[in-house]
Ligand binder design. Structure first.
Ligand code: M6R
Length: 623
C-alpha cells in the first residue's frame, strides 16, 4: 500500500520520480505528491487528491523548479481521507523537510499531542505529518548545536527510535543538498544502484528502466542516498547488513505491451508464467530438485502437519494445495486466512510446516502469521513471486514463482504459478517421505508440463465467455459453485467479480447450497458451475450434475465450465465453456482462466478501471 520513490542523481528528479510513481500506482491511487530540492536551496512540493494524472495535470499547469533530488508518493489512505491536505509529502520546519510514508505509525496520536504542546501546527489528519515535524525538530537541534552540517540520516535514526508501528519513510531536507534518506520497519523498501545516481522505491518496478542492480534492506534500517553512494545503518548508527541482487526482468515486463490493461496482459502471460515456474525444477531422471528449499530432508520427514496461511487469491491457492498435499503425502493440512491465524492461538510445533503464500511477499497479515509460526518453533516455507521481499526473507525456505511482475490489482498469473508451486511442494514432500513412487511423481510432472499448452488453448477460446460477460453487465448477482478443488476455484471466480465488477458474487461448495444458499436462486440468476472431470472421481461429477439440475429447476441460468468430452452436462448448461481434459487435482490451472476473463470483461463492460479497482491496492502492507 502506498508507492514511494526517492531519487538522487543527474537527471531531472521530477521526471524520474513521476515515471516511478506511474509504475507504482497499483499500490494506491487515492492521491499523489512530489517534493524536489530546488537549485536555489529550497524544497518545492506539489500534491493532489485522486490519481497520479491529477497531479501531472497540475504540474503541467504550474511546473516545479528543476532539481536532481526528489521524492514522491502515491497513496492508499489509512489516516485521513483522500484529500489534497492529507496527500504526501508532508512538510515540517517551515517547509524545509518533506516526508513520504507507507505504513501506520501507531503512536502518532501521542506524538501529535506532544508536538502541539511544543508549538507545532499540524495541518493534516495523517499519522505521517508527525514525522515531518519530528525530523524538523531533530535537524534544527543539530544546527543549533553548531555542528554546521546537517546529518539527515542521524535525524531519521533518532526519529525512528520514537516510532511504533510499521513504516517506510523517505525524506529530503533543503539544508542537506544532494541527500535523500529513508527508513524501514516492516514495510517494503528497495534501493536501486545506478552510475552517478541512486534510487529508492517500494518496488524495483519504479527504477527498473534506469537500473537492475538492487539492494534488499533489512528490518529497522536507515539508508542515506547520495549521487556517489548508499550508506546503510541500523536505527542506532551501526553498519547495516544488506543483500545486493540483480533483477531478472526488465522494464518491458512492467509495461502493458500493447494491451489495454495490465490484467489482460497478465492473463495472456499465464502459459509462460506456468512454464517458467516449472523450469529447472525437474532433473534429468525426472525427479524434483527443489534444493532451493533449504529445509533438510530429515526435517521434512518429521513433519506431521502442514498449515497454509495466505490472503485473498493466495488463500484460494492454499485451499487447492490442501487437496494435493493430503492426497499425495497423507500429511494433514489446514488452510487459514492469515489475518485470523495468530489470534486464535494455533497449535504449532517443530513438526509443523507452515506454508506462507504471497505474490507480493509484503502482505502484512501473512507476514505476522509467519512470524507467529516461527516463534512457536514451526518451520516456514514461503511461496512468493517477489525477490527481495520480506516474507521470503523471514522464512526458513522459499520457493519462488516465476510469474514476472504482476501489476494489475486483481491477481491472475500469480495465482496459476502459486498453484504450480504448491503442486511441486506437495510432490516433493511425497518424494522425500516416500509416499509416492518415482514413476507416479513423474506422471504428475508430465501432466503439469502440459499445463502451459492447455492454458494457451483455453485462452484461444474465450470470445464466447467475453460475449456472455458483456451480456451480464446488468446482473445484480452471480453465484459460483464447485466441488473438491472446483470449490476454491468458485471462490476465486467470485472474488474476481467482486473486486473488479463491484457486484454481489459468492462462491459455494455445490453440496452446501441446499443447506441455505439455494434460497438465493431466482429466475434468471446467473450461476457459474465448475464441473469436475467425469474421468477422475466420477462420483464428484455425478453429484455436481445433480446440483446443476437442482438450481436449474429453480430458474437459475447455468454457465457451466466442463472438460471436453463431458456430454452429461450438455442438457443442463445454458452456456457451456469447454476446458481441456486434465487430472482432477490439476483442473484449477485451466478452470480458473475463463473466470478471470469473465470478470475482466464484465468490469470493462461496466466501465470500471480494471487495473485499479476502487478501494483496493495491490500490496496490502497494513493489518
Ligand atoms: O501479495 P499477496 O499474494 O500476499 O496478496 C494477497 C491478496 O491481497 C491478493 O491475492 C488479493 O486478494 C488480490 N487482489 C485478489 O485478486
Amino acid at each position: 500500500m502506498c508507492g514511494i520513490v526517492g531519487y538522487v542523481g543527474e537527471q531531472p528528479a521530477l521526471d524520474v520520480v513521476l515515471s516511478g510513481l506511474r509504475r507504482l500506482e497499483y499500490r494506491g491511487y487515492d492521491s499523489a505528491g512530489v517534493a524536489v530540492q530546488t537549485p536555489e536551496g529550497g524544497l518545492a512540493v506539489a500534491k493532489k487528491a485522486g490519481k497520479l494524472a491529477n497531479l501531472e495535470k497540475m504540474l503541467a499547469e504550474q511546473p516545479l523548479p528543476e532539481g536532481t533530488v526528489g521524492i514522491g508518493h502515491t497513496r492508499w489512505a489509512t489516516h485521513g481521507g483522500p484529500t489534497d491536505a492529507n496527500a504526501h509529502p508532508h512538510v515540517g520546519g517551515a517547509g524545509k523537510v518533506a516526508v513520504v510514508h507507507n505504513g501506520i505509525i501507531e503512536n502518532f496520536a501521542r506524538l501529535r499531542v506532544d508536538l502541539a504542546e511544543r508549538g507545532h501546527l499540524l495541518t493534516s489528519e495523517t499519522d505521517t505529518e508527525v514525522v515531518a515535524h519530528l525530523l524538523a525538530e531533530a535537524t534544527d537541534a543539530q544546527l543549533a548545536a553548531g555542528s554546521g552540517t546537517l546529518d539527515l540520516a542521524e535525524a531519521m535514526r533518532g526519529v525512528c527510535r520514537k516510532l511504533d508501528g510499521a513504516f517506510t519513510l523517505v525524506a529530503t531536507h533543503a539544508d542537506a543538498p544532494g541527500v535523500v534518506v529513508a527508513a524501514r520497519r516492516n514495510s517494503p523498501l528497495v534501493v536501486g544502484r545506478g552510475e552517478g545516481e541512486n534510487f529508492l522505491a517500494s518496488d524495483v518496478a519504479a527504477f527498473i528502466e534506469h537500473t537492475r542492480e538492487a539492494i534488499e534492506l533489512g528490518q529497522d534500517q536507515v539508508v542515506e542516498l547520495t549521487r556517489e553512494g548508499v550508506t546503510v545503518t541500523d536505527f542506532h548508527g551501526n553498519p547495516g547488513e544488506y543483500r545486493e541482487y540483480h533483477v531478472d526482468w526488465d522494464a518491458s515486463a512492467a509495461e502493458k505491451g500493447g494491451y489495454d490493461y495490465f490484467m489482460l496482459k497478465e492473463i495472456a502471460e499465464q502459459p509462460k508464467a506456468v512454464a517458467d515456474t516449472l523450469l529447472g525444477r525437474i532433473d534429468a531422471n525426472g525427479s524434483l530438485t527443489l534444493d532451493e528449499l533449504r529445509i533438510d530432508h530429515s526435517v521434512l520427514r518429521e513433519i506431521d502437519k502442514v498449515v497454509i496461511v495466505a490472503c485473498g487469491t493466495a488463500f484460494h491457492a492454499g485451499l487447492i494445495a490442501k487437496y494435493a498435499i493430503e492426497h499425495w503425502t497423507r500429511i494433514p493440512c489446514e488452510v487459514e486466512v492469515a489475518s485470523e491465524f495468530r489470534y486464535r492461538d494455533p497449535i504449532l510445533d517443530q513438526q509443523t510446516l507452515v506454508i506462507a503464500i504471497s505474490q507480493s511477499g509484503e502482505t502484512m497479515d501473512t507476514l505476522m502469521a509467519l512470524r507467529h509460526a516461527r516463534e512457536q518453533g514451526a518451520k516456514v516455507l514461503a511461496i512468493c513471486n517477489t525477490n527481495g521481499s520480506t516474507i521470503p526473507r523471514e522464512s526458513d525456505a522459499v520457493l519462488y514463482t516465476h510469474a514476472g511482475p504482476e501489476v494489475a490489482v486483481a491477481s491472475t498469473k500469480a495465482f496459476l504459478t502459486q498453484l504450480v508451486a504448491c503442486y511441486l511442494v506437495a510432490l516433493y514432500l511425497g518424494q522425500v517421505r516416500g509416499t509416492k513412487w518415482g514413476d507416479e511423481i513423474f506422471e504428475v510432472i508430465r501432466q503439469l508440463a502440459d499445463a502451459p499448452k492447455q492454458v494457451e488453448q483455453v485462452l484461444t477460446t474465450m470470445e464466447p465467455v467475453r460475449e456472455l460477460a458483456r451480456s451480464l453487465a446488468d446482473a445484480k448477482s452471480v453465484l459460483f459453485l464447485g466441488r473438491h478443488v472446483g470449490y476454491p476455484v468458485a471462490l476465486e471466480g467470485a472474488l474476481k467479480l467482486k473486486e473488479l465488477a463491484y457486484m454481489h458474487a459468492e462462491g459455494f461448495a455445490a453440496g452446501e447450497l441446499k443447506h441455505g444458499p439455494i434460497a438465493l436462486i431466482e429466475e434468471g440468476l446467473p450461476v457459474v458451475v465448475v464441473v469436475p472431470s467425469p474421468r477422475g472421481r466420477s462420483v464428484l461429477h455425478d453429484k455436481i450434475v445433480s446440483n446443476i439440475q437442482e438450481i436449474r429447476a429453480r430458474g437459475a441460468r447455468t454457465l457451466v465450465i466442463a472438460e471436453e468430452g463431458d456430454d452429461a452436462v450438455v442438457p443442463y448448461a445454458d452456456h457451456l465453456v469447454r476446458i481441456p481434459q486434465t487430472p482432477t487435482l490439476l483442473q484449477p490451472l485451466v478452470a480458473t482462466v475463463p473466470l478471470q476473463v469473465f470478470a475482466c470483461e464484465l468490469a470493462t463492460a461496466k466501465g470500471h478501471e480494471v487495473d485499479q479497482p476502487r478501494n483496493l491496492a495491490k500490496s496490502v502492507t497494513v493489518e
